[in-house]
Ligand binder design. Structure first.
Ligand code: PAF
Length: 284
């Protein structure tokens, strides 16, 4: 496995793969890898000739400097895991290598047709601009055949699909396929996330209630209205010491628009567990 730190070396390796007609799988990550990432990497390794994993804490998608500073980083541990999974190339550039000074200091503006004004986009203004900026750059540099993303960040995935569909009209990313991968959970239901590393052991236990309440809501959805289920989930989670709901929206799985019924619906939630912001979702 090779760790690539420069765009020049990346271009060389990608060109060599393309010359040999190899298919390329890309797993974009911000590191602090866990078994959720491992499931994406396993799938990429099994479906492509070569697997690239990017480990890059993208500064332009953080609207909160403290959050960026506290984001867990451990490249040597990540590299060991990736090697054991059969990944061939780890892309680990510095922010200066990825972006010019101008790009770092100007907000990248993308028209999301409203997808960025709801849920995560509303709570973290500018966040998805940074995500699209880095993901489109990675697609441009790595030219993957397939790119793998987890469904935990459901809105991010919807936005990436939108970006790729639109750019296909202009043929930017060729026949790139975006592969949606299911959430990986601990046995107690907590969705795996790099942010879990920041939870104390008590908080980790408390956080398991998020999925418990979401699962209960699937049962309630059989007889209650969307508004009733929404209220039930928010009230049940807020009643637990140490948890506070930031938003819980029940929306259509494709458009992410609010929906009045549960067919093709998904509930997306963000909860503060102590100081740590956790996201999760459940399909109805
Ligand atoms: O989901 C993430 O970890 C990040 O948003 C991504 C897609 C790697 C872009 O920085």
């Amino acid at each position: 496995m090779q760790i690539i730190e420069t765009k020049e070396e990346l271009r060389r390796q990608v060109a060599a793969c393309k010359r040999q007609g190899k298919t390329i799988g890309l797993v974009p990550t911000m590191g602090a890898l866990h078994q959720g990432h491992a499931s994406l990497v396993r799938r990429s390794v099994s479906e492509n000739d070569v697997c690239f994993v990017s480990v890059f804490v993208n500064p332009t998608q953080f609207n909160n400097k403290e959050d960026l500073a506290k984001y867990p980083r451990n490249l040597s541990r990540d590299a060991k895991l990736l090697e054991s999974l059969g990944c061939q190339f780890v892309l680990a550039p510095t922010p200066e290598e990825m972006y010019s000074a101008e790009e770092m200091n100007t907000t990248f503006e993308y028209d999301f047709e409203g997808l960025d004004k709801i849920m995560e986009g509303k709570m973290r203004p500018g966040h998805f601009n940074g995500v699209v900026q880095v993901v489109s750059r990675l697609f441009y540099l790595v030219q993957p055949t397939r790119a793998y993303f987890g469904e935990k960040d459901y809105q991010q995935l919807a936005i990436i699909h939108q970006m790729v569909e639109r750019s296909k009209l202009k043929d930017t990313f060729g026949d790139l396929q975006i592969i949606d991968c299911p959430i990986v959970r601990q046995a107690d239901g907590l969705a795996l996330s790099s942010r879990n590393e920041r939870l104390s052991s008590i908080e980790k236990k408390t956080a398991t209630n998020i999925y418990k309440v979401l699962s209960e809501s699937v049962k309630s959805a059989k007889s209650a209205t969307v508004e009733q289920v929404q209220r039930q989930v928010i009230d049940a989670i807020n009643a637990i010491d140490g948890l506070e709901v930031e938003y819980f929206e029940i929306v259509d799985q494709t458009t992410l628009l609010p929906t009045k019924d549960f067919s093709h619906a998904i509930g997306c939630i963000t909860v503060y567990c102590g100081p740590v912001r956790l996201i999760d979702n459940i399909k109805y």
